[in-house]
Design a protein. Sequence first.
Length: 536
Amino acid sequence: MRFTRSIGAAARAFAPALLAVFLAGLAPAAPAAAQAAEATPLTLEEAIARALERNEGILIERSSFEASEAAISGAEGAYDPVLGLDAGYRRTKAPVNSAFSGAPAGELAPTDEVGEAGASLSQLLPTGGAVAVRAGTARSETDGAFGLLSPAYDALLGVEFRQPLLRGRAIDPVRLALRLTAADRDRAAASLHREVIETVAAVERAYWGLVAVRREVAVREEAVELAAEQLSETDIRIEGGAAPETEIAQPRAELERRRGELLEAREAAARAESSLKLLILGDAETDLWGARLAPVADAEIEATPVDVAAAMAAALASRPELAAAEAVIERRRAETAFARDGILPALDLVLSYDRFGLAGTRNPAAEPLPGQPVDIPADLEGDLGGSVEQLVDGDFDDARIALVFELPIGNRTARAEAQIARSAERQAEAMLSRARKAVRAEVLDAAATVETAAQRIDAARSALEAAEVQLGAERDRYAVGLSTNFLVLTRQNDLAGARLAEIEALTDYRAARVELGRATGSLLEERGIEIEANEE
């Protein structure tokens, strides 16, 4: 017993130093660089800005959006004019199964040589039709007796227009591709919007979670100090003979228990800080990964009521999930329209007009038919320029108007594809309806959580005021010998619990407000954030 009391006296003599050493032993283990460096202040706005710049999910969704816009440009490229050029040379000597082959003496067939060149310009039209302009020229020589001109120069200039009247009039593969890529772009934009909202919400939850756990650490530290003070007071009483030796066990055990809670709180703070860093830091920011972040808490919370009807209307108008579902419906509608168009028969209107030119010189090998002279009309004499001049004059032309009809018998494949496409469209509409109901439920849940969290703040503050009064009264009673360690430590625990309850209520209210903003789709607007998908 004497030995124990001697230790108690020594503890009282060095109580301030021992308490300092004890509290220092509670400091969390950290890298030397982190301990040496000062904490880096971080506001919520800075954390959000960092996350928006560095979040990989946003970068992925932004790239998907840019790819979808490129796909639209690619689909529109179907309406780019197409220029075609061709040139060639051909030499032909084919046997002729006729007594009138026109071949030179000693030959079985005449020899023809043709050099030709041509150009065309074609373009699809938004109506589903197509227009083409073509031009060509050729120079031909022959040693056959029936060729009037050698060399002869041919020229051609024409235009053709083709317009579907039934199948392909309302939609065609090009317009289908345009509608599909536009729907994909809208869905990609909605996905980007959603990823930004989720990122902002995650950052805010992590930020306020770190603030809360840091405040919890402060509460736990104060609880340890109070337990240490109670232990010191109890030891003084034992030394003075006012309390038995066994009285020291309870405050000592309580001190160790609170020390364990403090260590757990500090570990939770370290994990919360890591979670926030994961959201806001880039891989190359090695200095900040090892630094200690110091969240800068904002002003006191002012709870405001929730207009549920307005919140629900805002959610149905703004939620990106609904926009994405509507984009899917638009895609399915386009596919249904195209599939139904395939059931129709094809009826195309074709209009064409061509002009021709021909000029040359008399073929030396030409021989007259019996009783017929070999005369070259004056209008055909000349060279390539004369042939082109005939094109301008329009002496030789060809005008055509036609209807081209095609009717697949049965057409079972197209009818089946139309039925399949309509079924997919109905599924997409049902998914949108289900998503809208889920959004309504989320808004109701979020609004209820906000209201409950606001009431919990008031209750927690009232409980905190009562706990402070109770602890003060109990310590006064203990000072005059009317209370016990158990009651004082209990009141201390009640006070710590009330402070933690207030911290939890404040954090839950902030989280509830974030969730309400996410549920209504108004989080970005409330934070003044605008999405600029095309920065380049």
